[in-house]
Write a protein that binds this ligand. Sequence first.
Ligand code: 13P
Ligand code: SF4
Length: 319
Amino acid sequence: PAERAMLKDRIKHLLKARDAVMVSHFYVHPDLQDLAEETGGIVSDSLEMARFGRDHPAGTLVVSGVRFMGETAKMLSPDKRVLMPDLDATCSLDLGCPVAPFSAFCDAHPDRTVVVYANTSAAVKARADWVVTSSCALEIVAALHASGQKILWGPDRHLGDYVRRQTGADMVSWNGACIVHDEFQALELALLKGEHPGARVLVHPESPADVIALADAVGSTSAILQAAAHTDAAVFIVATDAGLLHKLRTLNPDKTFLAAPTAGNGATCKSCAHCPWMSMNGLAGVAVALESGSGEVHLDAALGQRARRPVDRMLAFTA
Ligand code: 13P
Ligand code: SF4
């Protein structure tokens, strides 16, 4: 604990000295969530992280999350320095959607509007007409569908299926998944719900359809926080990365939050409801990045400009 407190003090000092601000995702370690808020930064979902980083006047952004979040921050603020505690923190959706085959998939469907999830590389974003996050995917696809457009979606198949079911849009989809949300188990979830009569189930739409079918509320990390705050229940079962439990519990001290069951009941699962890449972010990484400038995100300027267009469209749509 003494070492943690010293590291936090060191980071606070460095943030001021380097004109830097912290931008953290809800899935990273609670220390990085709390420190961001205590120092004038933000902890939020991927949409608001992007907007906050773009609008904040600091010359350096310290993005605690995964690679695509740092890249999005850099494309929106090419003149700022963007640092990450660990540049190797990636995402199974990004890894599972390399630009060459994805581009060929798009070429095979020239009549479709290309909508990609934010959890992708800059090169994949540059191939897209729209970028969306889970907070705005439904609204954006619904609007495109209403104007008669057919959609090519990638890479998360569960979120894509959910959006298609909700909007009725004509969609073809890339076959990617988040290794964390893909593991939630409907049968075990139904059993747990049975043990807690009155419990409400909150589900992130990267989860399988049979898990979503058991939900009382479906939405992004911030939508789950909103649902927990505004639903009158004592117990909630949460199907998203366990990192969100920190915020859920601090904001709702009188409510109980249980993690939804994953494959292998935590014994054999790949991720046990916690993203291995989000866990690569820590206080030490933030301190080293600020101290030495390591972990800087670099993005080819021309690629950054092309990738930014569909991101700007999303930010304007949700403004
Ligand atoms: P949101 O915070 O946008 O819901 O994203 C979830 C996610 O998986 C980010 O990695
Ligand atoms: Fe990617 Fe899933 Fe990790 Fe989010 S939680 S970064 S979607 S692997």
